[in-house]
Design a protein around this ligand. Structure first.
Ligand code: ADP
Ligand code: ZN
Ligand code: MG
Length: 475
């Protein structure tokens, strides 16, 4: 029998509001443990929550960007469970009346567009963090308690790990564009729970789902799914059954391991939060928020193709992050070769960002600095290959390109006499290649140019080198 997988994702994203969802404490990441707290987010008796209006606004922004219906009337509910990271012993969340529902995200797989449904988006508060490093016991930090979250629940519409990866990438892209979340997985501001089941191809019934936890990157989601789908199919093929459970992804072993079964699942005893009034979103407010939405990624991509003549591939990569798209547009304001800018962003810039794990706004290179570098190349001050060295230094230190060129003596040798002397020496030192060249071996020319570059540490002006070499060789 042939099997297919069914995948549904639950994504938690921390919202970028200044203050927490029910108090005025800061939402800043980090800080000394238990310094971003007050009686409300510590859950002390006698305190009352007040809903932060910005949280509703941001959630509606996300909902509209994700094509959801926004509820005019919704409410908060208590989800009860006891764990030390939750000081009130309940989380204020939304149960039966979420703020947003019935949206979708469009992904592209094998050149085809597929719609992945979004069942609901609701708002809730984040919990604190337990620290287990201490050998005398566990410690708890409540700085994160009360940071606003949206939970985005997809329909079980995905069938391959690749689709799940594409969905997450697109979702993150849209959340970043709407500026409701910074989506930093390494800081926990974006977290993914994955649900997966398998069923015989052709069947319309859903199989028993397994929930996967501890997924710290989109690639981990993809890898865990690949493993888990194979595992489930194997169990079924061997005549076994899948029992509903939560499994943990073990990154170093590359396997999923049992964590808890359905019997251990919580009964949350949801009930309406009595300390908060219902949430009313008027049509006027909704329209106001809709109008404030920025240009979405697919529109920007099309505009970049039309306005700057970028190839589709470039436009897709550049607009995959709003920050990169903004950076690009600032560059082309002052530099009118968009393709050159795009080459640098997709090439050296992205390479170094990947290597260092930095986002574009964490890098000290500004659009003005990149433009200056490009102009240094155009004006023949440095060669394209030296520019890469200069860029690496800019990336690491934030120094201006012309300062680096000066300090390191990287100016191109464009002085004809100086270059001719070097070239003459290269010719004397490489009689074999000179002979090869004279016998019609074009490759020998390349070798000699390489030797000149080596002798000048890459600083020889390439055009001039070629020209003088030819002159000298024909003597
Ligand atoms: P629960 O009540 O257990 O949290 P939900 O119905 O809220 O379940 O669904 C949670 C997530 O699991 C959703 O993203 C949904 O798409 C997905 N899901 C539900 N059933 C299945 C299934 N049989 N196989 C794969 N994913 C599923
Ligand atoms: Zn507080
Ligand atoms: Mg659920």
């Amino acid at each position: 029998m042939k099997y297919e997988a069914v995948i549904g994702l639950e994504v938690h994203a921390e919202l970028l509001t200044e203050s927490k969802i029910f108090c005025s404490c800061t939402t800043k990441f980090g800080g000394e443990p238990n310094t971003h707290v007050c009686p409300v987010c510590l859950g002390l008796p006698g305190t009352l929550p007040v809903l932060n209006k910005k949280v509703v606004e941001y959630a509606v922004r996300a909902g509209l960007a994700l094509n959801c219906t926004i509820a005019n009337f919704s409410k908060m509910d208590r989800k009860n469970y006891f764990y030390p990271d939750l000081p009130k012993a309940y989380q204020i969340s939304q149960y039966d009346l979420p703020l947003c529902s019935n949206g979708y995200v469009e992904i592209e797989v094998d050149g085809k567009v597929k719609k992945i449904g979004i069942k609901r988006i609701h708002i809730e508060e984040d919990a604190g963090k337990l620290l287990h490093e201490n050998t005398d016991g566990s410690l708890v930090d409540y700085n994160r308690a009360g940071v606003p979250l949206i939970e985005i629940v997809s329909e079980p519409d995905m069938t391959t790990p690749e689709e799940a990866y594409q969905y997450l990438t697109k979702l993150k892209n849209i959340l970043e564009y709407t500026e409701v979340s910074d989506c930093k997985m390494q800081e926990g501001s974006l977290r993914v729970d994955t649900n997966v089941s398998v069923r015989p191809v052709g069947s319309t019934e859903l199989g028993t789902k397994i929930e996967l936890k501890n997924l710290n990157s989109f690639r981990a989601v993809q890898k865990a799914l690949e493993y888990e789908i194979k595992r489930q199919i194997k169990v079924l093929e061997e005549g076994g059954t899948i029992v509903q459970e939560t499994r943990r992804w073990n990154e170093s072993k590359g396997i999923t391991e049992p964590m808890r079964t359905k019997e251990e699942a919580h009964d949350y005893r949801y009930f309406p939060e009595p300390d908060l009034v219902p949430i009313i979103v008027t049509d006027e407010w909704k329209e106001e928020i809709r109008k404030s939405l920025p240009e979405m990624p697919h529109h920007k991509r099309e505009r970049f193709i039309a306005e700057y003549g970028l190839p589709e591939y470039d436009a897709k990569i550049i607009t995959s992050s709003k920050k990169m798209a903004d950076f690009f547009e600032k560059c082309v304001l002052e530099y009118d070769s968009p393709k050159t800018v795009s080459n640098w962003l997709m090439g050296e810039f992205s390479r170094l960002m990947n290597e260092t794990g930095k986002e574009i706004d964490e890098v000290p290179v500004t659009p003005q600095m990149l433009v200056k570098l490009l102009k240094l190349i155009d004006n023949g001050v440095i060669s394209g290959s030296i520019a890469k060295t200069v860029f690496e230094e800019m990336f690491g230190t934030g120094k201006e390109p012309e300062v680096i060129v000066e300090e390191k003596g990287l100016k191109q040798i464009a002085n004809e006499n100086e270059l001719r002397e070097i070239i003459k020496k290269v010719i004397v030192e490489n009689p074999k290649s000179v002979e090869d060249y004279k016998n019609g071996k074009e490759k020998a020319m390349g070798f000699l140019v390489g030797q000149v570059m080596k002798a000048t540490k890459g600083k020889a002006n390439p055009q001039l080198t070629n020209q003088i070499l030819k002159e000298e060789l024909s003597k």
